[in-house]
Design a protein around this ligand. Structure first.
Ligand code: URA
Length: 202
């Protein structure tokens, strides 16, 4: 069986999963995107947002556009080098306005993480990447528990390893776009991506 066939089977399993509330109410499954044969990196975000939920593809909204800009600057080819997934495959949301039904994003809840985790771990196993990139604290916690925070261990600041694979944490682009507004942090983000390119390019 090829990697793609194994991922297709896993995706089907994931499609039929309705264990948690967001699985029952999802618009689209956001399983992952990339070429499993050429990807040297599994890139893990937190969870789909509105745009991702609409398109069924990770990192296509505001954070995704920021990420794409910085991947390009670092010389990383998103389509060829990365297989992009999230810790959750369905959008975690709250109904913000009962009248209009407008939804807003919220962080993943424990039961959602527990229900979804095995899909992420299986994706890593199938793709068998050279490197795992953990984007934001939620992704970092999903593999390493609460031992670390991105601020302390991002990029080359830590020598993380997960089951024999090198892992690198980076800031989440949503944090940089919506909260930090810091040239200094954007610069660190770019430096981390350049370091990542060097790490998987060798
Ligand atoms: N943020 C994430 O963590 N993942 C996405 O797919 C989009 C935004």
């Amino acid at each position: 069986m090829t990697k793609q066939q194994m991922l297709n089977d896993l995706k089907q399993e994931c499609e039929s999963c309705r264990i948690c509330e967001i699985g029952k109410k999802r618009t689209n499954l956001v399983f992952g995107v990339g070429n499993p044969d050429s990807a040297k990196v599994v890139f893990i975000g937190e969870a789909p947002g509105e745009q991702e939920d609409r398109e069924g593809i990770p990192f296509v909204g505001k954070a995704g556009q920021f990420l794409d800009e910085y991947l390009k600057k670092a010389g990383i080819d998103r389509d060829k080098d990365l297989y992009i997934i999230n810790t959750l495959k369905c959008r975690p949301f709250v109904i913000k306005n009962q009248k209009t039904g407008v939804k807003s994003n919220r962080p993943p809840m424990l039961d959602e993480k527990l229900a979804c985790e095995h899909f992420m771990l299986k994706q890593i196993e199938i793709i068998n990447p050279k490197l795992i990139v953990l984007c934001g604290n939620n992704a970092l916690k999903s593999l390493f528990g609460s031992k670390y925070t991105v601020t302390k261990v991002h990029g080359k600041l830590a020598n993380l390893e997960y089951k024999g694979r090198k892992a690198i944490a980076i800031y989440h682009p949503s944090y940089l776009v919506s909260y930090a507004h810091s040239e200094e942090k954007n610069k660190e983000f770019l430096e981390d991506l350049i370091y990542i390119h060097q790490a998987f390019g060798q």
